[in-house]
Design a protein around this ligand. Structure first.
Ligand code: HSE
Length: 436
């Protein structure tokens, strides 16, 4: 049988990795897919990249539309990234009856509902394993491996760049900017690295995970997003002193009132496996009713780890080329007419424990004032430490609280900030025990 012809859009970090893996493992891949798979046409900004990668016998163009409209390419692999022109190209490929594989989390999180509807109408597959957590097959796990379960919550370290930065800052005392530059050189960071450090990339990925876990439409705009740029070395040290690690976590949880969907720095007990996931590695912890907790760990970014997921999707698509479109695994795990309209909760309505750090006058009665505000708001304190005064008159107070609704915590923080005896901002980091 003739090999399946792939049209590749983009020969950057992931595109290059995909071409390399397809060529290096061609024989093994053909044995798994039941047919050979070859890149027949590729679009790239710099065509010499094809030669560098050893891509011979491939038709090259700078115009991605030519690939999407080429009659010979059966599967289009979109590795350009970003919202546009990726959206237009993918919709055009679908319109042309081609299957699509993409690593584009921004595209799926924002335009996935539109894209899947178009794919459904045309009977083609849109596969996106590489969009979340790089090489970890978490989409396959949620969509297929865990499909017997009611998923209760998902918590993940799903941005490799952010985790790499936090780890290097903690272990080596390196500066934020210096580590970010290295992450860019290694091909981990997004084109706009604020997407990594401000949590937008993780919010794209969490939006996708929430849909797969709970059968809800993709709702990126409802995701609460907070980055790591305000975390200080002191916060990292104090958290460790209290037995916690700070990780940039995406959390989505089913509650009676709705779905929590949030990305923010989070204190996690240091004895949890996920608290010890370092560097560019990602991990996703899933709590489900039948199986209990399962943890998925692996490289979350980089050329070949991401290519591993892209090529696995290509193999899946090739395997399904002959199967009836009505009997394929649904794009978002649940049948399209069975999605739930359970609401995503605003951040003010979520309940967590908190780490608080504040600068206060070092004199009698100040701690009592703070604890009385917290007590008055029904907020119970789990631990308090006071660090050596910054100067003769000021001390840093660090507190851990029990669970409280965010709205109540906001009111209490405003009252504490208004005290004469406290100075400046109050740092608040949410905490998750990640137990059952
Ligand atoms: N910028 C992303 C990260 C790449 O650092 O995780 C993988 O999606």
């Amino acid at each position: 049988m003739e090999p399946v012809k792939i049209g590749l859009l983009g020969l950057g970090t992931v595109g290059g990795g995909t071409a390399t893996v397809l060529m290096r493992n061609a024989e093994e891949i053909a044995r798994r897919a039941g047919r050979g798979i070859r890149v027949d046409m590729a679009a790239a900004r710099e065509l010499e990249r094809a030669q560098e990668l050893g891509l011979t016998d491939v038709r090259l163009t700078e115009n991605a539309e030519e690939v999407v409209n080429d009659p010979d390419c059966e599967v289009i692999v979109e590795l350009i990234g970003g919202y546009e022109p990726a959206r237009t190209l993918v919709l055009q490929a679908i319109e042309n009856g081609k299957h699509v594989v993409t690593a584009n989390k921004a595209l799926i999180a924002l335009h996935g509902d539109e894209i899947f509807k178009a794919a459904q109408a045309k009977g083609v597959v849109v596969a996106f394993e590489a969009a979340v957590a790089g090489g970890i097959p978490i989409i396959k796990a949620l969509r297929e491996g865990l499909s017997a379960n009611e998923i209760q919550w998902v918590a993940g370290i799903i941005n490799g760049t952010g985790n790499f930065i936090l780890t290097e800052m903690r272990d080596k005392g390196r500066d934020f900017d210096d580590v970010l530059k290295e992450a860019q050189e290694l091909g981990y960071a997004e084109a706009d690295p604020t997407f990594d450090v401000e949590g937008i990339d993780a919010a794209h990925k969490l939006t996708i995970l929430a849909s797969l876990a709970f059968g809800i439409p993709l709702q990126f705009d409802a995701c609460y997003t907070e980055g790591i740029s305000k975390i200080t070395r002191e916060d990292v040290e104090y958290a460790e002193e209290l037995g916690y690690r700070i990780k940039h976590l995406g959390v989505t949880r089913r509650t009676k009132k709705g779905i929590e969907l949030r990305v923010h720095p989070t204190l996690i007990p240091e004895n949890r496996l996920i608290a010890n996931v370092d560097g560019v590695m990602n991990a996703v912890l899933v709590m489900a009713d039948a199986v209990g907790p399962t943890l998925y760990y692996g490289a979350g970014a980089g050329a070949e780890p991401t290519a591993s997921a892209v090529v696995a999707d290509i193999i899946d698509v090739v395997r399904t080329l002959t199967s009836d479109p009505e009997n394929r695994v649904p794009h978002l795990a649940f049948q399209p007419d069975s999605l739930s309209d359970i609401p995503v909760l605003p951040i003010e309505d979520i309940k967590t424990s908190y780490y608080l750090r504040m600068l206060a006058a070092d004199k009698a009665g100040v701690l009592a004032e703070v604890t009385s505000i917290l007590g008055g708001a029904g907020i119970s304190i789990e631990a308090v430490i006071q660090k050596d005064p910054k100067n003769e008159k000021q001390a840093e107070i660090i507190m851990l609280t029990h669970k409280v609704r965010e709205k109540q915590m906001n009111t209490a923080i405003d009252k504490i900030k208004a005290l004469d005896a406290t100075f400046g901002n109050i740092t608040r980091i949410r905490m998750e025990s990640l137990g059952r």
